[in-house]
Write a protein that binds this ligand. Structure first.
Ligand code: G3P
Ligand code: MG
Length: 250
């Protein structure tokens, strides 16, 4: 029997905020997710060159901002000058790349739950996990249920296990390695977070057989969301909270 820290999961988690409706990994996106009724959001955390924890999915800023270049080669002051909203649409022009601190302050204000995905630039797996947890633990109210900490990077998850053993961890899997079950045990994973496009009823059953809740990304089709829940999936990450919430609930 495996035992894990208590984790109350929502059925619908806003992916990078509400990515289909607002610029990803921004404060505006988190507000839109909340406005659409999401109770939880997922965001990606990485470090600027000078070690500030910020929200950003890619290793470079080209796709989501008006700038160019690798995040790992830019200090926070440079990153902060970029517009992280205008590429999504003129309504979001002026939106800035948020720090993790600003993100958590907003999440507390809006009373949301959060999944912090540690998304390190290559080579910064341990450091990114350390800083993310340092920032989050320093701010976290004692009476608030903890965040879910997840990563594709096993060294980041090992660091999370060592630094914050009492906070739940999600083992993110894209293509599952042969030793996925041993890894899940080693990092004492609370949940397994899977790529829905690579899994089927049998593989989902494998994950569930470990006794862990299974979360699936990224699910934007309400019919698919229902099918996954029917297979035992607890929660889906969606770019479209507005479309998934009426079907799954919060
Ligand atoms: O955490 C779920 C999902 O966000 C993982 O994939 O690439 O969208 O960060 P990605
Ligand atoms: Mg993510």
């Amino acid at each position: 029997m495996l035992s894990f820290p208590q984790l109350i999961l929502p059925k619908t988690i806003g992916h990078r905020g509400a990515r289909a409706y607002a610029p990803e990994n921004t404060l505006a996106g988190i507000r839109v997710a909340a406005d659409q009724g999401a109770r939880w959001v997922e965001v990606d955390v990485k470090l600027s060159r000078d070690g500030v924890a910020i929200l950003m999915h890619d290793d470079d800023v080209d796709r989501t901002t008006d700038g160019q270049g690798a995040v790992a080669s830019m200090d926070f002051a440079e990153l902060r000058k970029l517009d992280a909203g205008v590429r999504f649409g003129p309504d979001f022009a002026g939106e800035r790349i948020p720090t993790l601190e600003e993100t958590l302050a907003l999440v507390f204000e809006l009373d949301l739950g959060i999944n912090l995905e540690i998304k390190p630039c290559p080579g910064r797996e341990v450091e990114t996990a350390r800083v993310t947890l340092e920032v989050a633990r320093a701010m976290w109210p004692a009476d608030r249920p903890p965040p879910l900490i997840s990563s594709f990077e096993v060294p980041s998850l090992e660091t999370a296990r060592d630094v914050a053993p009492d906070w739940p961890r999600g083992y993110l899997i894209d293509r599952r390695p042969d030793d996925w079950s041993a890894i899940a045990d080693r990092i004492a994973a609370t949940t397994i977070n899977i790529n829905q496009s690579r899994e089927d009823a049998d593989t989902i059953a494998d994950y569930l057989a470990t006794g862990r809740p299974v979360l699936a990304y990224t699910v934007n089709d309400p019919v698919k969301a229902q099918a996954l829940v029917a297979l035992g999936v607890s929660s889906v990450f969606t770019d479209r909270p507005r479309d998934i919430l009426p079907v799954l609930g919060d």
